[in-house]
Design a binder for this molecule. Structure first.
Ligand code: GRF
Length: 190
């Protein structure tokens, strides 16, 4: 069972998958790591001898989905979006329906949708005086953060939490949730 991991940033979620594979008897492997820009996550992949490819979003613009789709062909069974910031088009999604998942740092359907990424999410959670937040792994459909939810993990929002401390707490839960959700899907799809 082969997966592709798509990233745009630090790649700490990618690292959690790499670590899970190396410390447990994971029944899957990372076939390639794809980024839409130069980012630290690419270095993490290279350090682990994983094939990497950058599809520059600024050069490719609307063609990015098509280019990634062509590159992946049928070499992977599952596409994992782990902090990938480009929006994939309907063709890409229809070609791989049920085989693309995303991790989002909120308890969807709350605090999702266009423009809801990074620290903004956690600022919005604090401003809304929520007493809990968390992370969600969901299937990707044609909308933004609207696909069917696979699994969530919760964290408590404490009075002293800031957007930054909350982001850190949620990220730690993401690192547990994502490998777990992938294992679940590997069992389901293989
Ligand atoms: C994570 O919070 C993820 O949920 C979001 O972007 C962040 C990526 O972090 N979509 P990293 O690149 O995995 O460290």
């Amino acid at each position: 069972f082969k997966i592709a991991v798509l990233i745009s940033g630090g790649g700490s979620n990618l690292q959690s998958i790499i670590d899970t594979i190396s410390t447990s008897k994971a029944e899957y492997e990372i076939s390639c790591v794809i980024a839409d820009r130069e980012c630290y996550g690419i270095e993490r992949a290279e350090n682990n001898h994983i094939e990497t490819k950058i599809f520059d979003r600024k050069i490719l613009k609307k063609d990015i989905s098509k280019k990634i789709d062509e590159y992946l062909g049928d070499r992977v069974d599952l596409v994992v979006l782990a902090g990938f910031l480009s929006i994939l088009d309907e063709n890409f999604i229809n070609n791989r329906r049920g085989r693309i998942i995303n991790i989002h740092p909120s308890l969807l359907p709350k605090f999702g949708g266009p423009g809801m990424f990074g620290i903004r999410i956690h600022k919005a959670v604090i401003e809304a005086k929520e007493n809990e937040s968390g992370c969600t792994v969901h299937y990707v459909d044609a909308g933004v953060d609207t696909g069917e939810i696979i699994e969530q993990r919760k964290v408590k929002v404490e009075a002293e939490d800031t957007a930054e401390t909350l982001q850190k707490k949620v990220l730690m839960e993401e690192h547990k949730l994502l490998p777990k959700a992938i294992s679940l899907l590997v069992k389901k799809l293989s």
